[in-house]
Design a binder for this molecule. Structure first.
Ligand code: ZN
Length: 328
């Protein structure tokens, strides 16, 4: 999923609970001057996740190194390092996962961490799991919470804003198509054809195919696109947002068909382009009368519609349906 279009959210009520096999009973009644196994350490933390997830994890660590330090009974520094940790001996590995399982409780958990104490010690590297797909704010809360357990805190400990175990978390789920933000700054997009490589007698038909695809979006694309979207055909490819080109040697695919190359910006460095600046659509070896179908499918993806959100007209595998008047 492209995070650019994840502007709306969906509530979940879950527990950020779970956590350790270290029970409260074991922890009671300890233990003279023995110390938590991380006391006094600079703890090396590696993140198995995206750059965004690493950045959020680092922010959670910063919390405990700073304002959160007062709630921990010993001095400790959490050091989130780059890389996968294979060249270091990490003390903690934070793994971002589709679902957190087997965390020792029956409830759904968004995170899992050990809660060591002076008597348990800590097996290294310690494993923390965090559910992926949450909003930045919810991811930060879960990461802070699980680090809190790692540092010995329980659900009834301060700070309750972090350690209380029932939370509303928010996902990065996609909004409905009608509410979805486009992955572009502007819903008025221009489309041009660069078909000078074709024989002169084929150029008009190719351009008409592209305009037939645009007509599908003008008619609403079976409700799959935001109503404020407009795609306007223009003559000059150098000034267009989206350019359609027939090629014999595609930069983005090996076989006959179509593909797109997206240029844009990724300000949060999560590996997904947030804002599109230009899309190059290529058709390779496509019969002229199926160009409109291919271009429409690529245009849908260029405006943020993908996967099972594609309208049925654009998912047919029947070559005959892809030719001619595949829409009304
Ligand atoms: Zn917990």
């Amino acid at each position: 999923m492209n995070s650019a279009v994840a502007s709306a959210v969906l509530a979940l009520v879950v527990l950020t609970a779970g956590c350790s096999g270290v029970g409260d009973l074991q922890q009671s009644g300890l233990v003279g001057d023995a110390e938590h196994p991380l006391a006094g350490e600079t703890v090396t933390v590696v993140v198995d996740g995206t750059p965004r997830e690493r950045a959020v994890t680092a922010a959670a660590a910063q919390y405990w190194n700073g304002a959160g330090q007062q709630y921990v009974e010993f001095n400790v520094t959490l050091d989130v390092v780059a890389g996968d940790g294979s060249e270091r001996d990490p003390d903690v590995v934070v793994t971002y996962t589709e679902s957190v399982t087997d965390c020792g409780d029956d409830e759904f958990s968004a995170g899992c961490a050990p809660r060591p104490n002076a008597s348990t010690g800590l097996e290294r590297p310690a494993d923390i799991e965090v559910q992926r797909g949450l909003s930045n704010e919810s991811t930060l809360l879960v990461a802070k919470h699980e680090f809190g357990h790692l540092l010995g805190l329980r659900h009834d400990d301060e700070p309750q804003s972090v350690m209380y175990h029932e939370r509303d978390l928010w996902t990065r789920d996609r909004p409905n198509a009608s509410e979805r933000a486009l992955p572009w700054d502007d819903p008025a997009l221009t489309v041009a054809v660069r078909n000078g490589s074709l024989p002169a007698e084929d150029r008009v038909a190719y351009r008409q195919e592209v305009q037939y695809a645009l007509a599908y979006f003008d008619e609403g694309a079976d409700g799959a696109v935001p109503s404020n979207l407009s795609l306007q055909f223009v003559a000059d490819p150098s000034a267009a947002d989206i350019v359609v080109t027939p090629v014999t040697d595609s930069a983005c695919r090996d076989t006959r068909g179509s593909c797109s190359t997206v240029q844009g910006t990724d300000p949060d460095e999560d590996g997904a382009i947030e804002t599109y600046r230009r899309v190059e659509i290529e058709t390779q070896g496509v019969d002229t009368d199926a160009v409109s179908w291919h271009v429409a499918r690529q245009l849908a993806q260029a405006v943020g519609v993908a996967g099972d959100e594609l309208p049925a007209a654009l998912t047919t595998r029947d070559p005959e349906q892809r030719r001619g008047q595949w829409h009304g």
